[in-house]
Ligand binder design. Structure first.
Ligand code: KG4
Ligand code: ZN
Length: 334
């Protein structure tokens, strides 16, 4: 059973081939270079770039997997949430392939795919667990009781964690996307240089806008006062201090949810799960709390199509199918 996965929800054009749950090929073509000069993703440019790149990326995935399109038994595609024009490219291509090949296709929720990415590398990963999904568009905690059962415990009331990294990078005149850049700079900075507020919302909800504003105020202050000081040093310290605060907030809420719901395992998913400090701090906190932590490898944390193919395959096994009249949706809760 071969599944072709397609992902075009934001700024990565991706295709993957799975044999059951084994990844045969996982190809990602990033549009970062295209959007970088605008400081963020330009939706219309993203759609056009997906249109140009999707078929070459699919061909590359098939080649690497050593199969042809005629061998594919199922097409899985991210159908929500995301940029509507970008989603439309992937969904239209998936429908056309499924229709012309006479095979089923399945529209997949992007957040579910992120969470399930952990199962690709750790097939023995069992349920239940608490999943922290932290990406550019989402920050949420789920109680995952079994495949397909995601109880939303809490989510961000304002910015997503990745969005906060990207916005803080912009404040510091760093390139897009900010997450990886801040991660790298923070390693050379002093995380205790500035104590930014860990403004937490009640329950299991998050809030990152207060932290972002605190960074903005601090940047304005040091720009006016410290023009003569070594700027690069300051930027590294601010990056490290901001990251420490963001990571603290994510770790604290995740451990609290796991303890409250009495689960023994934690999964961290989404682009922000690639953050080296989050990985380290979450590992330590889980160890201390007696929780098993599963972290997908970096390439499976950020957007990719292997996670989409897996989500589609698991739904297919359960008997789920999408109809050809399925339309992509920009926002959809899991
Ligand atoms: O999951 P993803 O690839 O796309 C979405 O579904 O949004 O996540 C992208 C987000 C961006 O905001 C990016 O800055 C952030 O993940 N990100 C990181 C790191 N790598 C990517 N944030 C912090 N540290 C990183 N190393
Ligand atoms: Zn994503």
């Amino acid at each position: 059973m071969l599944t072709l996965g397609i992902e075009t929800s934001c700024d990565e054009t991706a295709a993957a081939v799975l044999r059951e749950t084994t990844v045969l090929a996982n190809v990602v073509s990033s549009q970062i270079a295209l959007h970088e000069k605008y400081g963020g993703v330009v939706p219309e440019l993203a759609s056009r770039e997906h249109l140009r790149n999707l078929m070459p990326v699919v061909r590359e995935a098939l080649d690497r997997a050593g199969v042809t399109i005629k061998d594919i038994n199922l097409v899985a595609v991210t159908s929500a949430p995301g940029l509507i024009g970008a989603l439309l490219v992937g969904v239209s291509a998936a429908k056309a392939m499924a229709y012309s090949l006479g095979i089923p296709f399945i529209g997949v929720h992007h957040g579910e795919a992120h969470i399930l990415a952990a199962h690709l590398e750790y097939p023995c990963l069992g349920y239940p667990y608490i999943a922290l999904l932290a990406s550019g568009g989402h920050t949420a905690l789920y109680h995952v009781r079994e495949f397909g059962s995601y109880r939303l415990l809490g989510q961000t009331r304002d910015d997503a964690a990745g969005e906060a990294f990207d916005k803080v990078a912009k404040l510091l005149d760093l390139p897009y996307p900010g997450g990886p850049v801040i991660d790298r700079l923070a390693q050379e900075g002093d995380q205790q240089a500035v104590h930014f507020p860990r403004g937490q919302r009640e329950g299991h909800d998050f809030s990152f806008s207060g932290l972002k504003t605190a960074v903005r105020n601090h940047v304005a202050l040091f720009r006016s006062k410290d023009a003569g000081l070594d700027r690069s040093l300051k930027v590294k310290d601010i990056a490290a201090s901001f990251q420490a605060a963001a990571v603290d907030m994510l770790v604290e809420k995740t451990i609290k949810a796991a303890t409250e719901y009495g689960v023994a395992a934690v999964v961290v998913a989404g682009g922000v799960a690639a953050n080296s400090s989050l990985r380290k701090e979450m590992r330590q906190a889980c160890e201390k709390a007696g929780l098993t932590l599963t972290l997908p490898g970096m390439d499976l944390c950020v957007d990719n199509a292997a996670m989409v193919a897996l989500a589609g395959y698991l739904h297919y096994q359960r008997g789920d199918r999408s109809n050809l009249d399925l339309n992509p949706t920009a926002s959809a809760t899991l």
